[in-house]
Ligand binder design. Structure first.
Ligand code: NAD
Length: 287
């Protein structure tokens, strides 16, 4: 490990936080995963132990490697001791600005002065939380993709005052985790990957609305002509049409640009409660 960071604190042990924590521990970092909810911490610990046992039985990790990683990972509901030696914090708590601001202000009090404070938020640029701290130059986004144990990309988004040193340190950590850093020099809603995905999704919706091709054939074009693992309609069903709709709505509220409004076909699905796989019906039928 070349990184100067040795100890990482992950705040939030939900879908993202637990897997970010496990990825860090497997990569050799001393890692603490903190959550305000004891229930979530317990579920995260059980889930990650199961994942680790799966890696052993598939021969991806030796028992010794797995136990070493497990020994470096701690789940906790006590923030103060967990923050005391953290050199990098990755905040992956509930997507609410008020919650994040309060976490960042607590972290500013509790972590060593040199610690970098990053947020995994998909929609909130770190400039929205930087002022809750006395160290805005040590604040940035570190945006992992779901599932974080599998997906290699991590978008590092700097805000106007993020220092070069912060970007360099965080990029090194990402590489040490065996992942690929993608640096954004400015904040923009959707960052890079989700904007690319959004452009394909919007074009797919326009083609469908224009009755150019069926949604099944548009998905086939994405997979068999462009080599995508999934078609845009299949992907929307997997992510959830509610999530897709709400992200779009939030982007519109940030930019006020009518181009960012959810497509009318997406709005119809949302209003009909057809959210995709999770509701049994979306673009496709799962019942
Ligand atoms: P989640 O709901 O699964 O988990 C959030 C966790 O935060 C919960 O366990 C909750 O108890 C905890 N929490 C709430 N308030 C807290 C506090 N004050 N201190 C500590 N913990 C607190 O959410 P998630 O899907 O893991 O998303 C977390 C973050 O990751 C969000 O900012 C989201 O934008 C981002 N993100 C999510 C995805 C995704 O696909 N789910 C992908 C990339 C980024």
């Amino acid at each position: 490990m070349e990184s100067s960071v040795k100890e990482i604190l992950v705040v939030g042990s939900g879908a993202m936080g637990r897997q970010i924590g496990m990825s860090a521990a497997v990569a050799g970092f001393t890692t603490k995963v903190y959550d305000i909810s004891a229930e979530s911490v317990k579920a995260a610990e059980q889930d990650m132990r199961k994942w680790l046992d799966g890696r052993i039985s598939k021969g991806r990790l030796t028992s010794a490697e797995a136990e070493d990683a497990w020994g470096r990972l701690e789940f906790t509901t006590e923030l103060e001791p967990a923050a005391a030696n953290a050199e990098l914090v990755i905040e992956a708590a509930t997507e609410k600005l008020e919650i994040k601001k309060s976490i960042f202000s607590q972290l500013d009090e509790l972590t060593p002065k040199h610690a970098i404070l990053a947020t995994n938020s998909s929609t909130l640029g770190s400039s929205t939380v930087a002022d809750a701290t006395g160290r805005p130059e040590q604040v940035c986004n570190m945006h992992f993709f779901n599932p974080a144990l599998v997906m290699k990309a991590v978008e590092i988004v700097r805000h106007e005052r993020t220092s070069d040193r912060t970007v360099e340190t965080v990029s090194k950590v990402v590489r040490d985790m065996g992942k690929s850093p993608i640096l954004l020099n400015k904040e923009i809603p959707g960052f890079v990957a989700n904007r690319l995905m959004g452009a394909v999704r919007d074009e797919a919706l326009a083609l469908l609305a224009g009755e150019v091709a069926s949604l099944e054939d548009i998905d086939t074009a994405a997979k068999d002509a462009l080599g995508y693992p999934m078609g845009p309609f299949e992907l929307m069903d997997l992510v959830g049409l509610d999530v897709t709709y709400l992200i779009r709505q939030a982007a519109f509220e940030q930019t006020g640009d009518s181009k960012d409004l959810p497509h009318p076909l997406l709005q119809e699905k949302y209003e009909a409660g057809q959210f995709g796989r999770k509701s049994g019906k979306g673009w496709y039928d799962y019942e």
